[in-house]
Design a protein around this ligand. Structure first.
Ligand code: FES
Length: 122
């Protein structure tokens, strides 16, 4: 297992996303709270650069007892990335598509050592 250097911990304060490459492999690393999550930059739909998509909170529709919409709200604890090619959306903690659970990103373990963030590949 190889440790691929991503960036210093301090660099994630300015920008919580980094995309690194190792040969043909591209990996997006995201800092969420105190944790780091790494996903292959290869959308399971058609191979788009999913990790470079827009970042959003999950949107939830609030319903009343009669199932009538009361509007939409952001779910603050659910960070999502939206693939820039066709809009498939993935939870950045689980890698899963919110409506199609078998569809998910390929994940990698991360490691923080001496103030530096690494992804474990190979
Ligand atoms: S390639 Fe990502 S949504 Fe189609």
């Amino acid at each position: 297992m190889k440790e691929l250097y991503v960036a210093d911990v301090a660099a994630f304060k300015e920008q919580p996303r980094k995309v690194v490459a190792e040969g043909e492999l591209e990996i997006g690393v995201f800092k969420l709270g105190e944790d780091y999550f790494a996903w292959e930059n290869d959308c399971p739909h058609m191979g788009g650069p999913v990790c470079q998509g827009k970042l959003y909170k999950r949107v939830e529709e609030k319903l009343d007892a009669d199932q009538k919409s009361q509007g939409f709200a952001w779910v603050q604890e659910d960070d999502h990335v939206v693939c820039p090619w066709h809009g498939f959306e993935f939870n950045l903690r689980t890698g899963r598509h919110p409506g199609d659970f078998p569809t998910s990103l390929k994940g990698y373990k991360t490691k923080v050592k001496d103030g530096k963030v690494y992804v474990l590949v190979g």
